[in-house]
Design a protein around this ligand. Structure first.
Ligand SMILES: Nc1nc2c(c(=O)[nH]1)N[C@H]1C(S)=C(S)[C@@H](COP(=O)(O)O)O[C@H]1N2
Ligand SMILES: [Mo]
Length: 435
């Protein structure tokens, strides 16, 4: 009897908690959700925004600034897995400092130290001469270099409306570094690829607790043997003339210039030549974009399974540009020259042809001055000396054109992964009076 009464009291207490929590959201505020193909739930209505349109702190995601090993304070999205975003001001230069470079993992367990006496890069599978190479042996092979942007597919995801699941990145899930290492093809040629080979799979050291073949187990990505991305790939042991920070892939990581960062496998330890098409979750199921222009679709079309989805590896980083300064805190004055600056980049391999600046919300455009050319895959800095004659509120915009003719659209897109956004970005600024 007594037990029963206690249970009843507990149940009542729980009901009360339920009631008071429900009190925080009225029925009309609870967003409608529906399932999409990946068993994710997609909000049908706009959710309250934190980093999206209309928010005050719009450029980066909102999160605490945290210290991690070898890093300056970065913005934390999540701790397990570690996801850290680079604050906006670090993009004033074309090279992102190693200690400010963003961090993204999928597994909760990431390596925190690596014993180079034991560590070997394994070349295995459909090769005539499997190899286990120490870092020292890699350093003795002919080096190659590229300056290239590493951009997360979900960079800017928090700006999607309706909101989509996944890390709610602002614009800081990108960085540009000078990568030095050995050509993947040099190693594969030494190993002798068999004619039975179909794909090359790259696997890192980080592990999760899930079963093999599932996303929760290990991180690996594959490209087909005839994919041109393999020809350009480096196995990088140096980042901006230093060893890689552990959180960015020490001792070596893959670098696929022009391709999204999901392929840039960190702590790459197994390079496996497969005689079949990879069935692992990360290549076979994850990171899919609609096979539509600009990977644009709608939640309704996804729900009806009307959309062909393709791997994000089939595309390159679309052309993008950003205003880094001023932000909405910068003091600007009418009649004075105010420097506007930022970066542009694209993964086409052709480089940036031009960057244009608008001080009137995109109605009229003027050419910006481009900074040093560090190669077609690098950030290209740009600047514009802007002298507003009147005080007031201005909507600044920037757009870049790629040397292959691609431009940034002036409209947003939507897809369920929150991938490949490259619309023209804007910055509202307040210009004060001098008298
Ligand atoms: N080993 C390993 N490599 C990885 C990942 C991972 O989870 N594990 N994530 C990929 C993704 S999705 C991104 S965006 C980049 C991030 O690179 P960074 O952490 O050096 O900035 O690493 C890629 N390589
Ligand atoms: Mo990513």
């Amino acid at each position: 009897m007594k037990m029963k009464k206690e249970n009843m009291n507990r149940r009542k207490a729980l009901r009360n908690i339920g009631a008071s929590m429900a009190g925080l959201l009225t029925a009309s505020q609870i967003p409608k959700v529906m399932a999409n193909t990946d068993n994710n739930r997609v909000a049908l209505e706009a959710l309250p925004t934190f980093t999206g349109p209309g928010s005050k702190l719009g450029w980066n995601s909102m999160g605490p600034l945290v210290f991690y090993p070898q890093k300056l304070p970065l913005i934390r999205l999540t701790d397990r897995p570690v996801q850290l975003e680079t604050p906006r001001h670090y993009f004033r230069s074309a090279i992102t400092p190693n200690n400010a470079f963003f961090v993204r993992y999928h597994m909760p367990s990431v390596p925190t130290e690596i014993d180079l006496n034991i560590w070997r890069l394994n070349i295995e599978g459909e090769v005539n001469n499997p190899a286990q190479l120490s870092l020292e042996e890699l350093l003795n092979l002919p080096p190659n270099e590229v300056v290239a942007v590493n951009e997360c597919s979900g960079n800017s995801r928090s700006f999607f409306q309706p909101r989509v699941p996944g890390g709610q990145w602002g614009h800081g899930a990108m960085g540009c570094a000078r990568w030095k290492g050995i050509r993947l093809m040099d190693l594969l040629e030494r190993a002798g690829i068999k004619s039975t080979s179909k794909q090359i799979q790259f696997q890192g050291l980080d592990l999760g607790k899930g079963p093999k073949g599932y996303g929760s187990h290990a991180f690996m990505k594959s490209f087909s043997i005839d994919d041109p991305a393999l020809q350009n790939a480096l196995i990088a042991y140096s980042m901006n003339s230093s060893p890689l920070p552990i959180l960015n892939g020490f001792p070596v990581r893959m670098v696929f210039p022009g391709k999204f960062a999901t392929y840039w496998v960190k702590h790459v330890t197994w390079i496996r030549v497969l005689d079949h098409t990879d069935t692992d979750f990360w290549t076979a199921k994850a990171y899919k974009i609609p096979a539509t222009p600009q990977a644009d679709t709608t939640p309704e079309a996804i729900a009806k399974h009307e959309v062909d989805m393709v791997s994000i590896g089939t595309t390159q980083l679309p052309v993008r540009s950003f205003i880094v300064s001023p932000d909405d805190q910068t003091q600007l004055l009418a009649g004075l020259t105010n420097e506007v600056c930022g970066i542009a980049f694209s993964g086409s391999g052709k480089g940036i042809a031009s960057v244009e600046f608008s001080a009137d919300d995109g109605k009229t455009w003027k050419k910006a001055v481009l900074g040093e050319d560090l190669g077609p895959y690098a950030f290209r800095t740009w600047r514009f000396d802007w002298t507003p004659s009147e005080s007031g509120v201005y909507k600044l915009a920037v757009r870049a054109k790629d040397s292959d003719g691609s431009i940034q659209p002036d409209h947003t897109i939507w897809n369920p992964g929150g991938y490949v956004l490259n619309r023209i970005e804007r910055q509202v600024v307040h210009v004060g009076k001098t008298a």
